[in-house]
Design a protein around this ligand. Structure first.
Ligand SMILES: [Fe+2]
Length: 298
């Protein structure tokens, strides 16, 4: 009898703990917007610092006003360049919300690539499906991709989906290259590949999903810094262990943050992003984030 009541107490305690954890992950942590700061040593030895604001994976819906306000207030970080690595929308009517979030940043130079969630809306997925390598990609409702693209380019930001260009930012010459989302096979790096410009002050490459073959090709071309999103930092992590999955070919130890790319001098920064998949609106041990990257001499 004593054994059975102990078991009952353990089961009840575990259930309460599980419910409390789920409530925390869905109600608290997914709204704990966090600004991370990194020093990124990629500039020439005599260069002044250059500030990049890296945003990713907002997965915005029209009702997420708190997230829109938080992003809009990041203009106070005074970035020299704004980079967006995709997955902006989670709703067919999300474009005005995205523009409300980015609006105060439009007076800065900016560049973007898209993720799969700029093309198709969310569909319910078995969260454990991420652990299966043979899972199929399921498409949701069509999102207003071209409306968003036109709005961002109309505001002066550069569309880097399978594109390459050179811009001025913070008084520096910055060569930029990017691919459309390799996670859903939209990338065409060969169309824009080639040695990075050694006369530029800085060479930056963008991809939504940090698929290793794409990052390898970019760093082999001499790009100093690769910026990506997509992983959500694992989204649901284990404290002191970190991400269990990256939802792509990236090593889970690089699921977020700044890392030296293996076999190169380049750095990879993966943003854990600001959103969640709408059908799994939880984050645990991985708060939503934006990053200020202060580029400094090597
Ligand atoms: Fe995402």
């Amino acid at each position: 009898m004593a054994k059975r009541s102990t078991l009952r107490r353990v089961v009840a305690g575990t259930t309460v703990l599980g419910a409390a954890t789920l409530a925390y992950a869905s109600l608290v942590e997914r709204n704990l917007f966090t600004l991370r700061r990194y020093d990124v040593p990629v500039l020439a030895s005599d260069a002044e610092p250059l500030r990049i604001l890296h945003l990713s994976d907002l997965h915005l819906t029209p009702g997420q006003h708190r997230k829109q306000r938080w992003v809009a207030e990041l203009a106070a970080t005074d970035p020299d360049l704004v980079i967006v690595t995709g997955d902006n929308m989670a709703h067919v009517d999300a474009v005005p919300a995205v523009l409300a979030a980015y609006g105060p940043l439009f007076d800065r130079p900016g560049a973007f690539v898209f993720g799969s969630n700029d093309y198709r809306g969310p569909v319910f997925k078995n969260p454990f499906g991420y652990f299966r390598a043979d899972r199929e990609y399921t498409q949701g409702v069509a999102l207003p991709t071209e409306e968003l693209r036109d709005a961002l380019t109309g505001a002066g930001w550069v569309d880097l989906n399978n594109a390459r260009t050179t811009i001025k930012a913070g008084g520096r010459t910055v060569e930029l290259v990017g691919v459309d989302d390799p996670h859903v096979g939209r990338d065409d790096y060969p169309a824009v590949a080639g040695p990075a410009d050694p006369t530029a002050d800085l060479r930056i490459a963008l991809t939504h999903s940090p698929e290793p073959p794409v990052v390898n090709a970019m760093t082999a071309d001499g790009f100093d810094l690769v910026l990506a999103g997509h992983t959500h930092g694992g989204q649901v992590c284990v404290p002191f262990v970190g991400a269990l999955v990256t939802n792509c070919g990236l090593d889970r130890r690089m699921a977020k943050g700044l890392h030296r790319w293996p076999g190169s001098d380049a750095l990879l920064h993966v943003s854990a992003g600001l959103g969640t998949h709408p059908t799994a609106p939880v984050r645990f041990a991985c708060p939503p984030e934006a990053s200020v990257l202060t580029l400094i001499p090597r």
